[in-house]
Design a binder for this molecule. Structure first.
Ligand SMILES: [Fe+2]
Length: 398
């Protein structure tokens, strides 16, 4: 079967890229809804508006995007989009505003409610009409949502997240300005950076990997491994910020054209139990899932280990492959990831955790992501992985 590659039509990278939003959108719309969280809008909103105004584009502002946006959030933003008679979207921020913007676009172009387009109801590629032109100005370095077909929204009636995945949702323009991520604190630099590394690793080992996603995954891994520790240690290092931004963008392109796999399947219920950010949940699971999966794609894991400097060309494949998980664990330690568990997570007692593990394992398998993994896990194996992670990592932070 032929493969299809999807991507934003344009990507602008570099210091000052934020000022090009108006020019990029000038031929694409006349009235833009700008979406952001209030904090990010306060910092960069006026600059985006000025750029749009200079290009002759009127603006309406929705600055009430919340982290983990809900259906109600999408509806309120869509209401404003309609009232202000908008014809294009500009998001300012990370995954939450980008996903809210994409969801507003889905409803604006297709009618109905966003929940109807979720993968559990409409399937993959279940959005018929292309969303209006959307420019995503990124202010974090992790989700890669500005490059992807995916939307994650929380259904507040059930407190669960649902996914919309469709080519019709890919943003038109992505803006990656390293100056905008400069003030990201080390903790969030680490979380988002390891989320991006997880995207690249999972896209690379996925059973859906192919030439185009491989090229991007390789490049993303190289950039993140080389530059994430520098960006973490010195947030003002503009080259490190730019390289990690490009890396996470490529990682987003890689997984949207391949897939994520077992880590992402396990991270959702795991993160919900521990109340930890998505990137930290991934970071805790990633080395263990890599070690579990080695037999399914030894050459792939061996290559990852070589890219991480944990093996050489002459290291035998089997030995190199087994070095990949520990090398990722070392990178996570380098950026102090596990140390953030105290501040950003709540580790339950072992018995309470063990009680919910069967349900977490069932949720992980039901997500479908483990089917993309090079080694397909059973329910027991996923449950064992959750317990191993508790005993090896979490116990110390209880
Ligand atoms: Fe992710």
């Amino acid at each position: 079967m032929p493969e299809r590659f999807v991507s934003p039509a344009e990507t602008v990278v570099g210091s000052g890229a934020v000022d090009s939003v108006g020019d990029r959108m000038a031929d694409r719309g006349s009235r833009a809804l700008v979406l952001a969280t209030s904090g990010v809008f306060d910092r960069f909103g006026q600059r985006v508006r000025d750029s749009l105004t200079d290009a002759g584009i009127e603006t309406a502002v929705f600055d009430e995007v919340r982290p983990d946006p809900t259906v109600a959030n999408v509806e309120a933003a869509h209401e404003l989009y309609r009232e202000a008679d908008c014809d294009c979207l500009v998001t300012l921020g990370g995954g939450s505003p980008i996903d809210t913007g994409k969801a507003v676009g889905v409803v604006a172009a297709n009618g109905g409610e966003i929940r109807e387009y979720a993968t559990d109801r409409a399937g993959y590629e279940g959005v018929p009409e292309q969303i209006p032109p959307l420019c995503a100005v990124n202010t974090t370095a992790g989700t890669g949502s500005e490059a992807t077909r995916s939307i994650v929204i929380t259904d507040e009636t059930t407190s669960t997240k649902f996914l919309v995945v469709s080519t019709a949702c890919v943003p038109t323009v992505a803006v990656e300005d390293p100056e905008l991520v400069r003030s990201l604190p080390p903790s969030h630099t680490a979380f988002t950076g390891i989320d991006a590394l997880t995207h690249a690793v999972e896209a690379f080992v996925s059973v859906h990997a192919w030439e185009m996603s491989d090229t991007l995954a390789r490049s993303a891994i190289d950039r993140i491994v080389r530059w994430l520790p520098v960006a973490w240690a010195n947030g003002d290092h503009i080259e490190a910020r730019e390289q990690t931004l490009v890396g996470q963008f490529q990682a987003g392109q890689a997984f949207t054209n391949s897939s994520v796999a077992l880590v992402h399947g396990m991270a959702r219920p795991f993160g919900a139990q521990l109340h930890v950010p998505h990137g930290l949940a991934n970071a805790i699971l990633l080395p263990y899932v890599m070690e579990f999966s080695v037999q399914g794609a030894p050459e792939r894991y061996a290559e990852i280990a070589r890219r991480l400097g944990a093996a050489t060309e002459s290291t035998p494949t089997r030995e190199a492959a087994q070095a990949a998980g520990p090398a990722v664990r070392e990178l996570c330690t380098d950026v102090s990831l596990y140390g953030y568990l105290d501040e950003f997570g709540t580790v339950p007692e072992r018995a309470a955790y063990a009680e919910v593990v069967p349900e977490m394992a069932a949720d992980a398998i039901a997500s479908g992501s483990p089917d993309n993994n090079p080694r397909k896990p059973s329910h027991e194996e996923v449950a064992d992985l959750y317990m191993t992670v508790y005993d090896d990592v979490l116990e110390a932070y209880q």
